[in-house]
Design a protein around this ligand. Structure first.
Ligand SMILES: [Zn+2]
Length: 354
């Protein structure tokens, strides 16, 4: 997200999408006219097709490059590698934040493999979220020239024009078209835009909103375990509108299949990360439990749970042996038969996926 740009109105985003689409179709028609003697409509290349049909590129499932995966390993984390592979294969535009040394590595790899990278001219200092292990969903301010912690917004795509367009859309505050090219389903884009003012008032996180928008009993659809991102590999890069969103689940499944075709063992580590239960708190950390939810309870030993950071809640969990899930916003911690704590309130969210 740009530091200063106000969000473009829905009407302006529609005009931008229309203008971009018209321009691309005209170019495609001129270039490809000999191939379309019967007047069949030309097809836009790669993720540009997302301008015509929401999420269509997820169905194409191109082969991800094993060689590119090998060149990225050791330099970037699993989730950034996932985003680079999908972008380089033409599934979507990807966006991440990188330091200048990492950006140099990425530009070197992009030159070898022939995909596009565009970086913001400014570097940003990110807000350090409370309790979330150094994760951050918000930019705090511009970095001064001598601040090493500054990160650039980096846009990656098979086509360098698309990477540049992504940068322009985000900098212009066009969240709708930016989200569209990132391959985010329309329902999830809409939920993001509706809820972002409230999310920004806390730590810019949407987990509680997705949870409140999820109907039916736990466990939820494990393909949509977005909170797993706080602990390791995850299959989606965006906040789903609910933990039962079928469109976002299709994106996660498609991502898994592409990763699996590239490296089976690596892909399975993503799936394992999704098959967990996560107790979310806004300010007292996120807490992952590996064992499944059985009859409303999750049993655990010392090695069966992890927390993003030490906190009041992680201390209580460490003293217990069983979590009793009483609802989306209330869990009890037991040690044997004795209840030792109740964790509840609007800032608590039990996200059971397993
Ligand atoms: Zn959705």
């Amino acid at each position: 997200m740009s530091l200063t740009a106000a969000r473009l109105s829905a009407a302006s985003s529609r005009r931008v999408r229309h203008a971009l689409t018209e321009c691309l179709l005209r170019e495609a028609a001129i270039e490809d006219s000999p191939k379309y003697p019967d007047g069949i409509a030309p097809v836009l290349p790669g993720p540009w097709r997302l301008l015509l049909e929401d999420c269509c590129t997820w169905r194409t499932r191109p082969r991800l490059s094993s060689q590119l995966l090998g060149d990225l390993r050791g330099h970037f984390g699993n989730n950034v590698i996932r985003e680079i592979l999908l972008a380089a294969a033409g599934v979507k535009l990807s966006r991440t934040c990188l330091s200048d040394p990492k950006l140099d590595v990425l530009r070197g790899v992009a030159g070898q493999h022939g995909f596009g990278v565009k970086a913001s001219s400014e570097r940003y200092i990110h807000h350090r979220d409370s309790g979330k292990g150094g994760s951050s969903n918000a930019i705090e301010r511009l970095a001064s020239p001598d601040e090493e912690a500054g990160l650039r917004n980096v846009y990656i795509a098979a086509d360098s024009n698309l990477a540049t367009t992504g940068a322009m859309l985000e900098e212009a505050g066009d969240d709708e078209n930016f989200g569209l090219l990132l391959g985010i389903p329309a329902c999830c884009r809409e939920a993001y835009m509706q809820r972002s003012p409230k999310a920004a008032a806390a730590q810019n996180d949407f987990v509680l909103f997705a949870l409140d928008n999820t109907s039916g009993p736990m466990p939820y659809d494990f393909w949509l375990n977005y909170p797993a991102t706080y602990f390791g590999p995850a299959l989606i890069s965006f906040f789903p509108c609910s933990f039962r969103c079928t469109h976002a689940a299709a994106v996660a499944r498609s991502t898994f299949e592409m990763l699996y075709a590239c490296d089976e063992t690596w892909a399975e580590s993503f799936l394992k990360s999704h098959q967990t239960n996560i107790l979310y708190t806004e300010y007292d950390g996120l807490h992952l439990f590996r064992h499944p939810l059985v009859e409303g309870c999750i049993g655990y030993g010392p090695d069966d749970h992890r927390s993003t950071e030490p906190s009041r809640v992680s201390d209580l969990i460490s003293r217990g042996t069983r979590l009793e899930v009483q609802g989306k916003h209330k869990v009890l911690i037991y040690r044997g038969c004795e209840q030792i704590a109740s964790i509840d309130g609007a800032n608590v969210g039990m996200c059971a996926f397993h």
